[in-house]
Design a binder for this molecule. Structure first.
Ligand SMILES: *[C@@H]1O[C@H](CO)[C@@H](O)[C@H](O)[C@H]1NC(C)=O
Ligand SMILES: *[C@@H]1O[C@H](CO)[C@@H](O)[C@H](O)[C@H]1NC(C)=O
Ligand SMILES: *[C@@H]1O[C@H](CO)[C@@H](O)[C@H](O)[C@H]1NC(C)=O
Ligand SMILES: *[C@@H]1O[C@H](CO)[C@@H](O)[C@H](O)[C@H]1NC(C)=O
Ligand SMILES: *[C@@H]1O[C@H](CO)[C@@H](O)[C@H](O)[C@H]1NC(C)=O
Ligand SMILES: *[C@@H]1O[C@H](CO)[C@@H](O)[C@H](O)[C@H]1NC(C)=O
Ligand SMILES: *[C@@H]1O[C@H](CO)[C@@H](O)[C@H](O)[C@H]1NC(C)=O
Length: 801
């Protein structure tokens, strides 16, 4: 190592450590250390991967809570408030002066307000050294150092958020925050009920009720299973939410490894959020689609209506006025005096308005006059709901003592009749009021008497600081020594890219790993693929590119984009080699080979085929729609869909079109990167039309047809009726069968499957395939619509109702 590079290394390390030490901590140790509210900006514990931070979080003027949040990167300028995932003292913030979180000698972690009152503690005890550390998963763990026994962890005490891997159990619940900016406990709760079912409950100041799963249907109708008393629910990092009551859901971006969280929001809805690369959150799963069915939104005597543009709106029913304009949960009050003299009241019709709960009487088969007189006879009756039961062909009657959880439109055929005084006119079209959250922050000002810090204590503090600095210097020197020993193996690019598990390989290294490029496992666009065993014993697939772009910088730029893509249905790239004229790519190795191999050797039953179709669609949807860089594959075919040991598909060879020298490929008749492969090409290529992501959709559709029929669209010797130019023959044959016979799915099915398949699912697959190969690219669905269509097969009726 020469002088200049060691000097540079030293400089970088100094920079690195000065940053680390001035801005954050790794852990809190028993005895000396505490976090102080005055130094809220620096006294932050950061997880090793940097994703999470824990420290004092300002929740109001001079009011702080000890919290964990997603660290905001400095380049995400637009994100001003970090996303909090946990709070120790959400309902009792501490003063901005002299408040402290300390890990005491007794092993207790305690939060003290203004140097005086303990507002929160873990109530733990230990007489061995302990440490508080924030895990890469966002779990704050208090652990005994010898043995590693966990004394306490934040994952066992969630507030309103579950992080991937965190269990919701029989003893935990999520409680929403009060409003978007007020983090104290709100009215909505998410937990298992006594019948082992996951529920959302409105637990307001006056009333309480379950609104999800919908009370209009039984839990069985909602697809829930009530006999598994393990009561565990968990979100995994790929976006699958699974609960022991069979509420199993996949997020819309399922499969991508992204920061995610499941939160019960202050509006009572349960959502899974995912974070894109610019650190913005988007909703990838939502429990309730019609948010007016959430209870407690508009308060008593009002009706909630959902408007796609403006969101939810509350309005008072006729004859009532709003109690508190700035908080609709107070509801509305009547503007007339109640009367019990039945000859002085009348009923006002509110079409399609439905109220939930508080029925004095329920008659399953009633006449209008009978229902009306029931309400007239009861001075507490505010009105009645009269609805037609389609199944039985009769009218149902509910008389209401309270008008709560009103929403419009309710079930079809439902009318509510409102009891009002005779002879007065009330406007039947009531004024709308868009719900506003009163979100101005309340300032908490507390006065406390000041105590002087003794001289001895301040001396101790200085002493501790000095020791700390010395310790830091030692660590620094040791690390530097370790670093410089390893330095010979670090190359300038590899160092930078190592952070994403992606590295540069030398040509000789790969030559050795592939045993001199001896074991060929495939031939694809632009190169031959060899099996390799890397120095760390991982098995890899190494692709040697024939005619790759020669500029190394350009090549690296493209390759590192591909290396950043991360989805369970995309082949992972581990690294590359660019040396002299050699350009190689290193990928993970797939045990079960390609879809093409498996189709020809007939190893796939119908359910594997369906899963492969769904997984492939997910991978492509991610490429098309969710990456920052817009990527078309342009060469979808069974050879490029690889299968792992569980027959999960992974799309390979994406992003290559930019790496390869186009002229050379265009001259290759059989194998053009630009135009895809014969048999799978979209008509746009042939007719020279604008190329969009729909070319991949087309090729995908052909692959589906091949999976269904077992017939290869590119093969000339296939015995398919008809005779069409280019790749139309398989397509024409399937379309004809569909036109001609009702049992068309059966007719086109791969004979190798016999009659052993789910007819419904295969029909869905065939219909999706035909949609994808529409000649007009506008008519083809997008890949994410394909995912939805295939996924809706596994759906339960739980969502909206
Ligand atoms: C911040 O927001 C503005 C306006 O919405 C946008 O133009 C800009 O690109 C954003 N910056 C970042 C870093 O996202
Ligand atoms: C109950 O649920 C748990 C967690 O989802 C699962 O592991 C277990 O197999 C289930 N038990 C039964 C009897 O279904
Ligand atoms: C209305 O609600 C706001 C916010 O909750 C509250 O501060 C105010 O006191 C209420 N006003 C009345 C008249 O109840
Ligand atoms: C109800 O009102 C009518 C008309 O005002 C009156 O004649 C009658 O006496 C009242 N009945 C009772 C029970 O107050
Ligand atoms: C409803 O009530 C009417 C009158 O009592 C009766 O004739 C009819 O059979 C009832 N219908 C059902 C479905 O119970
Ligand atoms: C309502 O009260 C009147 C008189 O008190 C009685 O005749 C009638 O049957 C009652 N109606 C119902 C449905 O109870
Ligand atoms: C948050 O809401 C609670 C309950 O409504 C209230 O007591 C508290 O003062 C609010 N805190 C802030 C900071 O707005």
């Amino acid at each position: 190592m020469n002088m200049a590079s060691s000097a540079l290394m030293l400089f970088l390390l100094v920079l690195y450590f000065s940053f680390q030490f001035s801005s954050s901590l790794d852990a809190l140790n028993k005895g000396f250390s505490s976090l102080s509210v005055e130094k809220a900006e620096q006294d932050i514990i950061v997880s090793e991967n940097g994703m999470f931070s824990a420290g004092f979080f300002e929740v109001g003027g001079n009011a702080f809570s000890f919290a964990i949040w997603f660290t905001t990167r400095p380049d995400s300028q637009n994100i001003t408030t970090p996303t909090v995932v946990w709070m120790a003292n959400r309902d009792q913030p501490v003063n901005g002066k002299r408040s402290k979180l300390s890990l005491l000698h007794t092993g207790n972690l305690a939060l003290v307000d203004a140097g005086q009152f303990q507002v929160w503690s873990t109530e733990t005890e230990s007489n061995v050294p302990t440490e508080l550390r924030l895990g890469n998963d966002g779990n704050l763990v208090l652990r005994e150092l010898p043995g590693g026994h966990i004394l306490w962890q934040s994952f066992d005490f969630p507030t309103d958020t579950l992080l991937p891997g965190q269990h919701l159990t029989r003893s935990t619940q999520l409680v929403s925050s009060r409003t978007e900016s007020n983090h104290s406990s709100g009215f909505y709760k998410f937990s298992f009920d006594d019948g082992n079912v996951l529920t959302l409950v409105y637990d307001g100041p006056d009333v309480s009720s379950t609104y999800w799963p919908s009370p209009a249907i039984t839990v069985w109708q909602a697809g829930r299973f009530t006999y598994n008393s393990s009561r565990i629910a968990v979100l995994n990092p790929l976006g699958a939410f699974d609960s022991s009551d069979n509420y199993n859901k996949r997020t819309s971006d399922y499969g991508a490894v992204l920061p995610r969280r499941l939160t019960i929001d202050h509006d009572g809805n349960l959502r899974v959020y995912s974070q894109d690369l610019s650190q913005k959150w988007y909703v990838s799963l939502q429990a309730i689609s019609d948010s007016c069915t959430i209870h407690g939104i508009c308060g008593a005597n009002s009706v909630c209506r959902f408007d796609l543009k403006k969101g939810r709106k509350c309005s008072c029913v006729p004859g009532y006025k709003v109690k508190n304009q700035s908080d609709w949960s107070y509801g509305c009050e009547s503007i007339f005096a109640a009367t019990s003299n039945e000859s002085k009241v009348t009923f006002l019709e509110l079409g399609q308005v439905e109220f939930y709960g508080y029925d004095a009487y329920y008659l399953p088969n009633s006449t209008y006059t009978h229902c009306e007189s029931l309400c007239l006879n009861n001075s507490n009756c505010k009105g009645f709901q009269y609805s037609y039961d389609n199944g039985a062909g009769v009218f149902k009657c509910y008389t209401k003592t309270q008008l709560l959880n009103g929403h419009f439109p309710g079930a079809a055929g439902t009318i509510t009749y409102l009891k009002v005084p005779k002879g007065k006119s009330f406007p039947t079209s009531y004024e709308d009021s868009v719900i506003r959250n009163s979100d101005c922050s309340v300032k908490i000002h507390r006065e406390y008497s000041k105590k002087h810090v003794s001289r001895f204590v301040s001396f101790l503090l200085w002493f501790a600081t000095a020791i700390g600095v010395l310790e830091a210097a030692c660590v620094f020197v040791v690390l530097f020594l370790i670093r410089s020993q390893h330095n010979s193996s670090i190359d300038p690019h590899g160092h930078h890219l190592a952070t994403v598990g992606f590295r540069k390989f030398s040509y000789s290294e790969l030559k050795k790993a592939t045993k001199g490029f001896s074991q060929e496992i495939g031939r694809g666009a632009g190169g031959i693929v060899y099996k390799a065993i890397l120095s760390d014993q991982r098995i890899a697939a190494v692709k040697k590119l024939n005619d790759a772009m020669q500029g190394e910088g350009e090549f690296l730029a493209e390759v590192s984009i591909i290396g950043r893509l991360n989805h369970m249905n995309l082949i992972e790239m581990w690294g590359y080699c660019a040396e002299g004229k050699h350009r190689l790519l290193v990928y993970e190795y797939m045990e079960n080979g390609s879809l093409a191999d498996n189709l020809s050797s007939n190893t796939l039953d119908w359910s594997k085929r369906y899963n492969i179709a769904l997984g492939t669609a997910r991978g492509l949807a991610y490429l098309h729609e969710e990456c920052l860089e817009w990527i078309l594959h342009c060469d979808i075919k069974p050879q490029n869909i690889l299968l792992d040991s569980n027959y999960q598909p992974k799309v390979a060879d994406f992003g290559l079109s930019k790496l390869l020298n186009r002229d050379v490929l265009n001259n290759d008749r059989n194998f053009s990167m630009i135009r895809g492969t014969r048999g799978y090409m979209a008509p746009e290529w042939v007719f020279n039309l604008a190329v969009t992501s729909k070319v991949d959709v087309y090729s995908y559709g052909i692959v589906l047809l091949e999976m269904i029929t077992g017939k290869n669209p590119a093969s000339d010797i296939q015995a398919i009726n008809g005779d069409e130019p280019y790749n139309g023959r398989l397509v024409t044959w399937v379309r004809e069968k569909k036109r001609e016979c009702a049992s068309w799915v059966e007719q086109i099915m791969d004979s190798a499957l016999g009659s052993n398949y789910d007819e419904n699912k295969m029909e869905i697959l065939a219909r999706v395939a035909l949609d994808c190969i529409e000649e007009d690219n506008e008519q083809r669905p997008t890949m994410s619509q394909v995912v939805e269509m295939l996924q809706s097969q596994d759906c339960d009726p739980n969502g909206g109702a």
